[in-house]
Design a protein around this ligand. Structure first.
Ligand SMILES: [Ca+2]
Length: 578
C-alpha cells in the first residue's frame, strides 16, 4: 500500500514559493519522475525566475515545451484519427506524426478528471471525489483542490517553466474566494472560465488572471477566444524559456453552440442516422487498428429507437451537425496553435498531448434547468429558450440544448455507457502524443494509461522534481508513471492496477482484466484483450479473481478516502437537494 502523504524528510529544500523539493533521488512509490539534474537547485532558480529576481533565458535549450489540450465530453470515436467522420485535420496531423494510445483513461466526469490531471492523484485524494459544485464535508469530497496536492503548473514552474492556462478550470467552487484559482495554483497567466459549463457566446465566470471579465466583441465565441489566447501566449513567450500550456476546451460539452458556417459543412452528413454512423465508425476503427476484430460492437442503447423509427429526424440530425461543428472548430483552433509553434520554430521542441475529459454525454436537457451557467438573455437581449425542444434548431445563442443519448451512444462507438459511468464508454479517451524525434511517428500503442500519468510524464520530460511539501504542508506522492516509454513503443513501468470511483460506479484495471460495476449493481469481470467492449461478463465463472480484485479495490478506496456513494449523496443540509 502506498502512503497517503509523505512527511518531510532530511535533505529537503524549501523553495521561495513554498514547495519543498528533495536532494535525494527518492521516487514516488508508483515510479515517479527521473531527475535529469539537481531538481532542488533548478526549482530554486525557477522560482527566482518566476519572481523576476533571477536571470531570464538561462533555461537549458533541450527542455521541451509541454502543451496539454483537452476536449470536454467527447466520445472515443469522434475525431478523424480515431475513426470519426468529423473533420479534424490538425489532430490527424498530430496523430500521423505522433503516437495514438488506444487504452488511455479519464475518470468519467469533468471535475474529477481535471483534478486528477493537474495533480497526478486520484480525484478523491485531491478533494474532488465528486463535483466542485456539490461540496461535502468528507475529505475526499470538498469539491476544492486539497492543500496537500500540487499541480503540474506548480511543479513545472519550480523547474523554470513559464506556465499558461486557457480554458475551463472547474476544480474549485465558484465563490468569492480565489485561493485555488489558476494563478494561486502555479499558472503565470490564465484566461478562461472557473465554472464547468456555459454559453459559448456568453460564458459565465469568464476571467483573466484573477479578475472577472466580460466577453469581447459581438463575434465572441469561447472556443476561438481560447485558441487566440494560446496563440498569443506562444508568440509572446520569452525566447529560450520553456513553457507549459494547459488548454482545456469546453467543446463539445453542451450547450450545442456552433458557428453557422461550421454547421453548414456537416449539413446532411447525418441523414443516415446513428445506427449507420455506429457501423461505419466501427468498421473504420477496426481498419485503423484501434479496435480489435474480436470485439463485438455493442448493441444500440436499449433506450434509443432505431433511426428509421426515430421522431424529429431533421432536428436529430441538426443536433449532431452542431456537435460535429463544435469539434471542427476546436480542431481549427488547435491548428492555430500549431502554426504559432511552427512560426516560432518550437514545434519540434514541444510535447503535445491531446485527450478528452470523459466519454460522450447522454444527458438530456429539460426546459426548466435553471442554473448558473444558462443565461436568461442573449447578449443582444433575446430570450434564451433552454432545453431539448425539437421545435428549435440548436446552434445559436438563443438555444441551450444537448445532443443527447442516441448520438452519445454513437460517439462512444464501439463501447457502451457514457460520461458518469466507468465502463469503457465513460472513461476511454483518445490520447495523441506528438514530439518529433521523441515520440514515434504514425504509431499506435495499446499500453493502458491514465490521467494520473500526466504529472509523472511532465515531470519526467521536464526534468522537474516532484515536491514533498507545498507551503509547509506535506504533499501526497503522485500516483502515476511516466508515459514516456510508450512514446517509443516500450512497456510502462506500472506496478499498481488502475482504479476508478464516480458516483458509486467502480472499476479496477489490472493487466488485461477489468472489474467494473454500475451503481448500485454487482461486479462484472471482463477480459479486455478478448472483449474490450464489455459484452461477456466472466464474474460468475471466475469468483476467485473477482474476490481478489474487489479486495484490491476496497483497499484502494479506503486509502484514497472514497466514501460509499449512498453516504455522499445524502443531502448535506436537511432538505437540500442531494
Ligand atoms: Ca466533461
Amino acid at each position: 500500500m502506498l502512503n497517503n502523504a509523505v512527511t518531510p524528510e532530511r535533505g529537503q529544500i524549501e523553495t521561495m514559493a513554498g514547495l519543498s523539493v528533495q536532494h535525494s533521488s527518492r521516487r514516488s512509490d508508483c515510479g515517479g519522475s527521473r531527475t535529469l539534474y539537481d531538481g532542488s537547485m533548478m526549482s530554486r532558480r525557477g522560482f527566482l525566475d518566476a519572481l523576476g529576481a533571477g536571470a531570464l533565458g538561462t533555461a537549458a535549450p533541450t527542455r521541451p515545451n509541454i502543451v496539454i489540450i483537452m476536449a470536454d465530453d467527447m466520445g472515443f470515436s469522434d475525431i478523424g484519427c480515431y475513426g470519426g467522420e468529423i473533420r479534424t485535420p490538425n489532430l490527424d496531423r498530430l496523430a500521423n506524426n505522433g503516437t495514438r494510445f488506444t487504452q488511455f483513461y479519464n475518470t468519467a466526469r469533468c471535475c474529477p478528471t481535471r483534478a486528477s490531471l493537474v495533480t497526478g492523484l486520484y480525484p478523491h485524494q485531491s478533494g474532488m471525489g465528486h463535483m466542485a459544485d456539490t461540496p461535502r464535508l468528507f475529505p475526499g469530497y470538498t469539491g476544492d483542490l486539497s492543500p496537500n496536492c500540487v499541480t503540474i503548473a506548480e511543479v513545472l514552474k519550480g523547474a523554470g517553466y513559464r506556465t499558461y492556462m486557457s480554458g475551463k478550470w472547474h476544480v474549485t467552487p465558484v465563490n468569492e474566494f480565489k485561493h485555488n484559482w489558476p494563478l494561486q495554483r502555479g499558472f503565470d497567466r490564465f484566461f478562461g472560465t472557473i465554472h464547468g459549463a456555459g454559453s459559448f457566446y456568453d460564458p459565465v465566470t469568464l476571467a483573466r488572471d484573477n479578475e472577472p471579465i466580460a466577453p469581447g466583441g459581438p463575434d465572441f465565441f469561447y472556443t476561438d477566444a481560447i485558441g487566440q489566447d494560446v496563440e498569443s501566449n506562444i508568440r509572446s513567450n520569452p525566447a529560450g524559456d520553456p513553457f507549459f500550456i494547459y488548454v482545456p476546451f469546453t467543446s463539445p460539452h453542451w450547450p450545442m453552440h456552433a458557428i453557422e458556417s461550421d454547421i453548414a459543412r456537416y449539413q446532411g452528413r447525418y441523414k443516415d442516422g446513428w445506427d449507420a454512423l455506429r457501423a461505419t465508425r466501427h468498421k473504420r476503427m477496426t481498419a485503423m487498428g484501434l479496435v480489435d476484430k474480436r470485439w463485438t460492437l455493442t448493441a444500440r442503447d436499449s433506450n434509443v429507437p432505431a433511426w428509421t423509427e426515430a421522431p424529429n429526424r431533421e432536428w436529430q440530425q441538426r443536433r449532431m451537425e452542431v456537435y460535429a461543428a463544435m469539434v471542427d472548430r476546436m480542431d481549427h483552433n488547435i491548428g492555430r496553435m500549431l502554426r504559432a509553434l511552427e512560426d516560432t520554430r518550437q514545434l519540434d521542441n514541444t510535447l503535445i498531448l491531446f485527450l478528452a475529459d470523459n466519454g460522450g454525454c447522454a444527458e438530456e436537457l429539460g426546459p426548466k434547468a435553471a442554473a448558473r451557467h444558462i443565461p436568461l438573455k442573449t447578449r443582444d437581449g433575446r430570450t434564451v429558450l433552454q432545453g431539448n425542444r425539437p421545435d428549435l434548431m440548436p446552434g445559436g445563442p438563443e438555444t441551450y440544448q444537448s445532443y443527447g443519448l442516441a448520438w452519445a451512444n454513437a460517439s462512444n462507438t464501439p463501447f457502451r455507457l457514457y460520461k458518469h459511468w466507468v465502463h469503457e464508454g465513460g472513461i476511454a479517451s483518445p490520447l495523441i502524443a506528438h514530439w518529433p524525434g521523441n515520440v514515434q511517428a504514425g504509431a499506435i500503442t495499446h499500453e493502458p494509461g491514465h490521467l494520473i500519468d500526466l504529472m509523472a510524464t511532465c515531470a519526467d520530460v521536464a526534468g522537474a522534481q516532484y515536491p514533498a511539501a507545498r507551503k509547509g504542508v506535506p504533499v501526497q506522492p503522485m500516483e502515476g508513471v511516466s508515459l514516456r516509454p510508450a512514446f517509443t513503443r516500450k512497456r510502462l513501468n506500472r506496478r499498481q492496477p488502475l482504479f476508478w470511483e464516480h458516483e458509486g460506479n467502480r472499476a479496477i484495471r489490472d493487466g488485461k482484466w477489468k472489474l467494473v460495476s454500475r451503481y448500485p449493481g454487482d461486479w462484472e469481470l471482463y477480459d479486455m484483450q478478448a472483449d474490450r467492449t464489455e459484452m461477456v461478463n466472466l464474474a460468475a465463472r471466475q469468483a476467485d479473481r473477482v474476490r481478489a480484485m474487489s479486495g484490491a479495490w476496497d483497499q484502494w478506496a479506503a486509502r484514497v478516502k472514497v466514501v460509499p456513494w449512498g453516504e455522499v449523496a445524502k443531502p448535506a443540509v436537511p432538505g437540500a437537494k442531494g
